[in-house]
Write a protein that binds this ligand. Structure first.
Ligand code: PSU
Ligand code: MN
Length: 304
């Protein structure tokens, strides 16, 4: 089926999918545009290890030389993390990268597309993109939200960052028909913080229930993904009250410097790292590992 697609599965990932074993897709924009080197590469490795420890096969996704790669070697992940040349690929950029033979990392939206092409149904990330503050003038709404509305992949995240407009992000997900599920919480988490101040639209307390939800959505022919919001562990969180001023400052810096479009999220993330003296990065690593463990459980509950 995949032979006409510019899609290469690693041997391990291919064998796991052929046997119906659990597989968890992982994105690569977090490696190239989300964290500094070398923390990006060590985190990518730790996340793969966490998926394996949970009994599932990790499949980190990127585009290399115009081929969609599902499952990267350590050396390939290292090269992506070291280099500065990789394009940030969302839905709008994927065909361009393929047609021009480029290297690029995949956002949540592009990773969902590639995971679906490969037959992978569960995906772990840190935070999703959303509706940006000031969208009334910029119309900046991440393509991640529309992708969740159309591509049948369960995405495990720690909510969305409070640098976004979270009430509008949840409204838009509802409009697009995306079930947003708090995992063992009634609150929608805000990435570094366990509580955004907004309720989680839905709540489930086990991986098996989440797998059942995704299966019901498929059976009903509804299409689209499921968004699982898994709050960072209490010991690792930065409470909303402590981080709010830093977020406001980082967002204001982006506006002042005229940074827009695809550059906004990477800029604000690196500014947050400076403003928190590295604390935001430690929380970021902890929450991704938590999401990888939960995604492995969901994949195991969905397999077979
Ligand atoms: N949120 C994070 N870290 C990230 C991103 C989001 O905490 O690295 C990345 C993800 O790949 C997400 C993308 O899909 O940023 C969203 O970018 P944009 O807002 O330009 O759609
Ligand atoms: Mn955008």
């Amino acid at each position: 089926m995949t032979q006409d697609l510019p899609l290469d599965l690693s041997d391990e990932v291919k064998h796991a999918l052929d046997r119906g074993a659990p597989v968890v897709a992982l994105e690569s924009t977090i490696i190239t545009h989300g964290m500094p080197y070398p923390d990006n590469v060590s985190t990518a490795r730790a996340v793969e290890a966490a998926v394996r420890a949970g009994g599932a096969m990790p499949a980190t996704i990127a585009v290399l030389g115009g081929r969609i790669r599902v499952g990267l070697s350590d050396a390939e992940a290292e090269a992506l993390g070291r280099g500065t040349g990789a394009l940030k690929l969302s839905r709008a950029d994927l065909a361009f990268a393929v047609a021009t033979g480029r290297d690029g990392s995949t956002t949540v939206a592009a990773t969902m597309i590639c995971a679906h092409l490969a037959g992978i149904r569960v995906f772990a990330t840190g935070g999703i993109g959303g509706v940006h503050r000031g969208m009334e003038s910029t119309l900046d709404v991440s393509a991640d939200l529309d992708e969740l509305g159309r591509t049948p992949v369960t995405v495990v995240c720690a909510g969305a960052k409070a640098l976004l407009d979270l009430p509008r992000t949840l409204e838009y997900l509802e409009t697009r028909g995306v079930p947003v599920v708090g995992y063992r919480t009634d609150r929608f988490p805000a990435f570094w913080s366990r509580d955004s101040g907004l309720p989680a639209p839905l709540r489930l307390d086990s991986a098996a229930e989440i797998a059942a939800l995704a299966a019901a959505q498929r059976r009903l022919g509804l299409g689209g993904g499921v968004l699982v919001a898994n709050p960072v562990a209490a010991a690792d969180e930065i409470p909303g009250g402590e981080i709010a001023a830093h977020i406001d400052e980082a967002v204001a810096d982006a506006v002042r410097r005229g940074i827009g479009g695809k550059a906004v999220t990477p800029f604000v993330l690196s500014r947050m790292l400076e403003l928190t003296g590295g604390r935001s990065l430690r929380t970021n690593v902890a929450l991704i590992l938590g999401n990888a463990r939960l995604a492995a459980e969901i994949a195991a509950a969905s397999a077979g």
